[in-house]
Design a protein around this ligand. Sequence first.
Ligand SMILES: Cc1cc2nc3c(=O)[nH]c(=O)nc-3n(C[C@H](O)[C@H](O)[C@H](O)COP(=O)(O)OP(=O)(O)OC[C@H]3O[C@@H](n4cnc5c(N)ncnc54)[C@H](O)[C@@H]3O)c2cc1C
Length: 475
Amino acid sequence: MTSNPTAPTELVDDARNPSSAAERRPTPGIEEFCAAAADLLGPGSVIRDAAAREKASCDWAHMSPILSAKLPAGHAEVVLRPTSHEQLPGIMALAHRHRIPLTPRGKGTGNYGQAIPLYDGAVLDLTGCGRVLDAGDGWIRAEAGAKMSDLEAHARTLGQELWMFPSTFGTTVGGFLSGGSGGTGSLVHRTNGDGFVRELTVVPCTADAEPFTVRDTDALPYIHAYGTTGITATATVRLQRARTWTGLFAAFDDWASATTALSALVRLEPAPRLVSLDEADLVRVYQVDPALDPTALNVRAIVEDDAVDAARAIVRAHGGRVLEVRPAPDGPALISSLSFNHPTYHLMKAEDGWFHLEIGGDVLLGNRDGDGDGDIAEIRKVFPGTLLHLEGMRSGTVGMLMARYEDEQTVHEGIAALEALGVGVHSPHNWYVDRRLDLVREAARTADPLGLLNPGKIPGKAGKVPDTGPTQETP
Ligand SMILES: Cc1cc2nc3c(=O)[nH]c(=O)nc-3n(C[C@H](O)[C@H](O)[C@H](O)COP(=O)(O)OP(=O)(O)OC[C@H]3O[C@@H](n4cnc5c(N)ncnc54)[C@H](O)[C@@H]3O)c2cc1C
């Protein structure tokens, strides 16, 4: 068995503070709420100092120039740090009794503003609820604040591994399920709403705040719902038999060869854990590494040890060069740390002036008309300076498009143009819940009748949160 991939954790303690929040009226009842919360949790878990409140008021929404222009968009009046999931019902009943808006938070790395408390009130920091509770054949159960990296490490001691984890490997399981989507492992297992969750214990924001349990597809209204349908107290997610993973790094000279190899690697058996592709101009902003070629298209794959020869053969057959085969933990960890939104992060860290879109569709492979470039040339023309990062999935290609930012209107026009070319686009410039909205609305009606949970995130939902003026403006 290989050891665990190490975490791309650099984001986790790097939340940037927004500029100071404008003068606001305190939420009515906040003082009484804080006093009662201190009785419940102990005074050390009810934090009111300005720096902690600033930090808890922002997430990685600043990756969007459109959202950045709307920040700060809400401000925590208090940060609550429970230390066990058993404390959550008491907090929820208190929030309900005092009518205090309450926004749950893991590590705060969501990049759509999901964790920003748009209506002020309390931020419920769940990182203190971080215990791995139990595990068995094919499953692991943990408190919501447990790190995905801890779940993977624990699973590995049992000869198992997670179905999936995000490129922000050190983030919380509650945050990943409530705000994230997929990651390493999604090549086979798709998103976190496609069977990864076996069971959730959810605490509603009601008078008695009685926790309830949902299983399998009944958990869907609580996945990627930004905490609007209840606070996840514990999560049981799926494991598979641990594999011995290796990182394979390759370089190609043209898009058609690189994307054909990408597709072939995705279909390799046994299935890889991740296959991705970067353009040279993205690789240039990464830390220099012999496994990365900043002059070429780079294709990387996390493959099982005994599939390495077959993967090498695919690279060679499509005219590529294998740069390196690097075993676990370093090879797979490096590939995971350059996946999904991490290429955007590295680009933005290196240079100002970029924005990004989440894209999908096999049209991105650009081979349809067989001329070697195909539709990709048209796709590149939509935004100036377009750079592409692709992730190969058995269910189809997804990725990130990064381009030079002009203004919000140009982004919206460009999205329409991409869609007209057959590219699926998910905009990260919007902090509304935008998946399974009907299910979410229905679940929120009973789990949060007063609209106190992460208010402002369900479009068109009328809650009873106080009117705090500018924070009501959502994009
Ligand atoms: C550079 C970069 C790369 C990323 N890569 C990926 C990736 O590969 N895959 C991916 O899916 N995402 C990715 N993300 C987004 C994000 O990092 C992940 O989704 C992460 O797992 C979120 O976890 P967190 O602990 O930071 O949650 P937070 O950001 O704190 O919370 C996310 C959402 O969940 C809610 N929430 C948190 N805990 C709970 C709870 N216990 N109950 C109910 N609601 C809760 C919050 O209110 C918020 O709405 C990336 C982000 C960045 C900036």
